[in-house]
Write a protein that binds this ligand. Sequence first.
Ligand SMILES: [Zn+2]
Length: 385
Amino acid sequence: MVSRSYDDVEGEILRRIRTLAKREIPIFGVLDLHVNFTPVMAEHSNCLFSYQKNPHTDAFESAAASAELLVSSFETGLWPVTYQRHSRHLFAATLTGTADEPMKSVEACARQIEETEEAILVVNIMAGFSYANMPEAGLTYSIVAKEDSDAVVERAFDLLQETLNRVKTKPAEAYDVTVAIDAILKNGRFPGILVEPSDNIGGGTPGDNTEILKALLASSITSSGVILADSEAVDLLKEKEIGSVTNLAIGGKSGELGAESITLDPELVSVSDGRFTLEDPHSHLASMSGLHIEMGPTVVVRHKGHLIMLTTVPTPPFDLAQWRSQGIDPATFQAINVKSAVAYRQAYDKITDEHYYIKTVGPCSDNLDTLPYTKLIRPIWPLDN
Ligand SMILES: [Zn+2]
């Protein structure tokens, strides 16, 4: 986390806990794989265990592994220490999936090191969060080891870095939305997923960019699904009669980069409290929010064959119950706009393998060159050669 007063909130929290606890209390815990892991966090903790999968389907296993390591430290009376090294790489969110390179090979290398080096307990590959304006943003390794393991840890860091340099790759190709829509219609393998990393709700964006919705309405696609966060529109519509038609501006109210409303006369299809239970208890969303999700009051409106779900709270598209709880089968659409980068796949891979990264303007853009970094330590790949 970055706050107005601290670039490294977790580092500051750990430092304060350590100051209170001295060396008498071990500090163990679990981290998201998208943490920007700093030297201060390493110095003031014993063993922080990061998720190894993105989508994060291993939250439970990570917590259990961390607890087991804590138990074994109590049994032996030996507290491990944490070493940290930054890779000098900054990854767009679409490069952080662990089923694909470069994360796949670097993760495999980490597990290999854990198996072969007796002094090393845990190797974390933390892809980082490149949309935070802080010095240490980017991919970091940390190694939890027995005390005085400097030489073996240095060798392990080198091996990880060599692996990353060998397999690193550019983000997947991104398409103009009209090109992707044409391809979906031509291939006829419905639904086609229009993936929008620049408005990746899981990354903290407002979830109200309407560029893809506009393109869908202007295209030959006859049925599509788009979910937008728009509490103002929900408030306006939720007391109206089902079937009524209202002229209103939809989306684009956050004022964030790329935000722009679209004015339509849609028909009100349904109104709900926006609560649903995850279909997949191991989904990415479960790791962060538990099994019961609240989108806040939610309405579904229809414009011709296009269904637009308007939620009060921006809700990441990580589970198909988001649609099904509103009486909608997402598999019946020709196209779906998904505001995510990687984590949507755990849900949407179940209904299609036709997906396209779309170039829109927004705060979580894949094009890191467009972001106004002021604190990042340079040089760093891919911004500098
Ligand atoms: Zn994450």
